[in-house]
Write a protein that binds this ligand. Structure first.
Ligand code: 5AD
Ligand code: SF4
Length: 475
């Protein structure tokens, strides 16, 4: 999970084009959606700008998962109101659009609360952005948050090869959207709607296009990505495991990842893909949320702590070096000290390489918000601090355990300091190396010499350019 990031079109110059500034909040799915909204806008003649002050159109792609994330949008809109007034004084217009999950959940309320907003567009309707903006240009304030029946992806223009190249050697690819699980704390089933899988052929076509543009690593995205299902050419029903086998055949795509998975949908074929396919990276984000069966039940997770632990054992049999990652919520209604202690025990039993953890944030309209036994804020804060301390120690132990070993690293970009490049380990850690290690897009084998904060440091790499490997190469 990222917090906020800028996602843009590649800034190219075209005389007379309107400029768009896109700001992305929340998960990787939003990063991907921002790129696709960028494609739709590029088709309508927009070019990207990195400065909001210069923008004819400001587009906020928002997140509604916790209250804090949603509130950020309103403070940003306050700042934009001032900018819009300054531009108006200079005789220039600025259109303001709110997209994403806050748009879906709050629709008309945004228009009422923030008069600066011209357009509210939901996660399922952004392929209609150009038409909606044309209505805005005529002076309308538009809300477009229907659940569009048509598949938005088939109505979006393809990303242009130049744009894909500008985005780098790793890419996101949404394969599944929405969720039918209805965990009682979560807004996703309401903001993103019912679970929908994109067809196999479309995914393969998009993946081939990415590989042709130089992408080496694709991360498949979905709120419940391992619920993905499709049909193969013979009309047989297939799941995410089979999709990974098909993607691994595409020349140039040497690394595959997927996120976020639900424990209930981790089937044998998917676990086998971790065992059989070197392209499937040994990293798995598998949220458990709590280690207490009573809380898991109240959360409607539909698995016990023991189910999860047994599942992790099976995955580790298939791929012993897998780096486990998870999400945790502390202070869900009714969570006692004993429930929290059970979560700490589960974390000790699994040993996470990375994790995300949050204080429970009641979301209007979700069943969790109506439950009795809300936990006091100081108790939540204290539990979160203890839990994060344990997770930090586990992350550090995992990273330090790699010192002295040789890993395959995909070089992604130049480093912050001159003379350095930054890549990713198979376990998703950033790795800082001397630039003599290789060029962006190379997959090299390098020895890890140190672990600093959440990054690894590696020494000059051996020449395995373009090598196809996952995980530890040699001890
Ligand atoms: N409060 C706190 N954390 C939440 N998450 C989802 N909804 C809430 C909520 N209401 C967390 C879960 C989920 C991650 C994306 O965000 O841990 O896996
Ligand atoms: Fe939300 Fe994930 Fe639960 Fe779906 S499975 S309701 S997206 S937490």
């Amino acid at each position: 999970m990222t917090d906020t990031s800028q996602a843009t079109l590649s800034p190219t110059k075209r005389a007379g084009s309107r400029k768009v500034f896109i700001k992305t909040y929340g998960c990787q799915m939003n990063v991907y959606d921002s790129q696709r909204m960028g494609d739709a806008l590029a088709d309508g003649g927009y070019v990207a700008t990195e400065t909001m002050e210069d923008a004819d159109l400001v587009l906020l792609n928002t997140c509604h998962i916790r209250e804090k994330a949603a509130e950020k949008i309103y403070s940003e809109l306050g700042r934009i109101r001032k900018l819009k007034a300054e531009r108006a004084e200079a005789g220039k217009d600025m259109q303001v659009a709110v997209a994403g999950c806050v748009a879906q959940a709050e629709g008309a309320e945004i228009i009422a609360r923030a008069p600066v907003v011209d357009l509210v567009v939901g996660p399922q309707t952004y392929h209609r952005l150009p038409q909606a903006l044309a209505r805005v240009a005529k002076g309308e304030r538009v809300i477009d948050t229907d659940y569009a029946v048509e598949d938005k992806f088939s109505h979006l223009p393809h990303s242009q090869p130049a744009q894909l190249r500008a985005r780098g050697v790793t890419a996101f690819l949404t394969v599944q959207e929405g969720c039918d699980k209805f965990c009682t704390f979560c807004v996703v089933p309401y903001t993103r709607g019912a679970e929908v899988s994109r067809p196999l052929a479309r995914i393969l076509e998009e993946a081939r296009r990415l590989a042709e543009a130089g992408v080496r690593e694709v991360t498949l995205l979905g709120q419940n990505v391992n619920a993905w299902h499709g049909e193969d050419a013979a009309g047989r029903s297939i799941g995410l495991g089979a999709l990974l086998y098909a993607l691994a055949e595409i020349p140039g795509l040497t690394r595959l990842r997927y996120t976020t998975s639900h424990p209930r949908d981790m089937d044998d074929a998917l676990i086998a893909a971790h065992r059989d396919l070197p392209a499937v990276m040994p990293y798995l984000h598998l949220p458990v949320q709590s280690g207490s069966d009573a809380i898991l039940k109240a959360m409607n997770r539909r698995h016990t702590a023991d189910d999860y632990l047994r599942l992790v054992d099976r995955i580790r049999v298939a791929r012993p070096d897998i780096a486990m990652s998870g999400d945790f919520i502390v202070g869900f209604p009714g969570e006692s000290d004993a429930d929290f202690a059970a979560t700490m025990r589960l974390i000790e039993a699994v040993g996470y390489a990375s994790a995300f953890s949050f204080k429970y944030s009641p979301r209007p309209g979700t069943p969790g918000a109506e439950l009795p036994g809300h936990v006091d804020e100081p108790v939540k804060a204290e539990r979160l601090a203890r839990l994060q301390d344990l997770l930090r120690r586990q992350q550090q132990a995992f990273s330090e355990g790699l010192i002295g070993r040789s890993l395959s690293i995909l070089i992604e970009k130049p480093g912050r300091r001159p003379g350095q490049v930054v890549g990713r380990s198979p376990y998703l850690q950033p790795v800082v190396m001397p630039e003599s290690a290789g060029a962006v897009g190379d997959i090299v084998t390098a020895r890890i010499v140190d672990s600093v904060a959440s990054s690894l440091m590696a020494e000059g790499a051996s020449e395995t350019r373009g090598a196809l490997t996952g995980g530890v190469v040699a001890a």
